[in-house]
Write a protein that binds this ligand. Structure first.
Ligand code: CO
Length: 280
């Protein structure tokens, strides 16, 4: 009788895996934000094997050298998970926008999806980043309004957020979509800029000047981790950090809030929801 099982034994049992994919960070305290998302996935899906990969080779090599911590690339992690007997895998990025990094992750997922036979997965799916659609931006705006709710009670306080940005990818437009969503629910209270692209810090300042009632600023990363960009480009001691540029523009009361979005339980909730949708 013909059987669907492999000729050399029984078919492998179904085993679920979740691969969390982050850019990575070399700042040890910033790891909390990534670990929070990983732990949330572990807690929500105890039956699944949860693993972590970093996309940044520079960061992977730096932490291997300096901290003796070995984090695989997405391709390495998937190959190992397949070898361990995981048959269904959800790849979940921690990224904010679907930019170049996301395209690269997708190409790895597509490559693994094309593998047939004993080296392939039965199913492999890729989750979407936080800002993938207009409703995603509305949801993120609500999260940010709740996150900074106490600060917003003071009418003279505005929140300046530093996104990463990507100069050559259309996904950069998601920052403007998020700004629109924030303006709808909290007009003149949030100002988004990016490190690498647009809106720039100059755009932020121009926006702030249109709201003369704003006297105090909270400066915070629109990134999963509060790492190198937040500690240096945003709130660092250099003259051209956002903190110092805003001070030069006359905002003497600027308070850096150096906490990554990944530490926010609301962000973890969205993360877990997206994995759940993939597992269905
Ligand atoms: Co960067």
């Amino acid at each position: 009788m013909k059987s669907s099982a492999s000729p050399h034994g029984r078919a492998r049992p179904d085993r679920a895996g979740i691969l969390v994919v982050s850019f990575g960070t070399s700042v040890p305290e910033a790891r909390r934000a990534i670990d929070n998302l990983v732990d949330s996935a572990k807690e929500a899906f105890p039956e699944a094997q949860v693993r972590l990969a970093f996309t940044s080779n520079i960061i992977r090599r730096k932490i291997a050298r300096e901290q003796n911590v070995g984090i695989p690339t997405p391709a390495e992690a998937l190959a190992r998970m397949q070898d361990e007997g995981i048959t269904r895998v959800c790849v979940m990025p921690t990224h904010i926008i679907p930019g170049e990094e996301y395209d690269d992750i997708r190409s790895v997922v597509d490559a693994f999806a094309s593998i047939r036979g004993k080296y392939g997965f039965r199913r492999i799916a890729l989750g979407s980043p936080y800002l993938h659609s207009v409703p995603d931006c509305d949801r993120m705006a609500e999260i940010l309004a709740a996150r900074f709710g106490r600060r917003l009670e003071d009418e003279g306080t505005a929140i300046v957020l530093m996104g990463h940005g990507t100069p050559t990818h259309s996904a950069n437009a998601m920052y403007c979509q998020l700004q629109l969503a924030l303006d709808r629910i909290a007009d003149g209270r949030f100002f988004i800029g990016t490190v690498e692209a647009a809106p720039t810090i100059e755009d932020v300042v121009r926006g702030l000047k249109k709201h003369p009632s704003v006297g105090r600023l909270v400066l915070s990363p629109l990134m999963i981790v509060s790492g190198d960009h937040a500690n240096n480009d945003m709130a660092g001691p250099d003259d051209d950090s956002w903190l110092h540029r805003l001070r030069r523009e006359g905002y003497e009361n600027v308070e850096p809030h150096l906490v990554g979005l990944g530490e926010d339980p609301r962000m973890a909730e969205v993360f877990v929801e997206r994995i759940r949708e993939m597992l269905l």
